[in-house]
Design a protein around this ligand. Structure first.
Ligand code: HEC
Length: 106
């Protein structure tokens, strides 16, 4: 009887630890995207609204953004500066940034 309750106690503790570690992992993903996105916003304006000659990102669909960024990266889409930025991004980062900007309040 004693042994069994100790076993249940262990099970509860390890389940809680597992849930906590999953939460930490999930919280880390959006904040990394947010940090990268903030760097984009130094040019693309607050909340991606554009600034001067720099086009706005706010209002674009996720698919528009991936298309542009993969185009800049491959060189198929001509750019003055975005080619350099897109080159530094992994395909996964491009997808996650596009998801982020595609989801901004329009
Ligand atoms: C140094 C300024 C600068 C930074 C930083 C920057 N951009 Fe740009 N972005 C531009 C300019 C300028 C253009 C227009 C294309 C060109 O000439 O490079 C552009 C174009 C784009 C476009 C195409 C928009 C359209 O409507 O055609 C997308 C998408 C984009 N940028 C996404 C990003 C993302 C995502 C980041 C962050 C990883 C980023 N940009 C960082 C300046 C910048």
């Amino acid at each position: 009887m004693m042994r069994q309750s100790r076993f249940i106690h262990l099970m509860i503790i390890s389940t809680v630890a597992l849930i906590l570690s999953i939460n930490v992992g999930m919280a880390a993903t959006p904040s990394k995207v947010k940090i990268m996105a903030d760097a984009c916003l130094t040019c693309h304006g607050p909340n991606g609204m554009g600034s001067g000659k720099i086009p706005e990102l706010n209002g674009l669909e996720k698919s528009d953004i991936t298309e542009s960024l993969f185009g800049f990266k491959s060189g198929d889409e001509k750019s003055t500066i975005m080619g350099r930025y897109a080159n530094a991004l992994s395909d996964d980062e491009i997808n996650r940034l596009a998801e982020y900007f595609g989801g901004l309040d329009k």
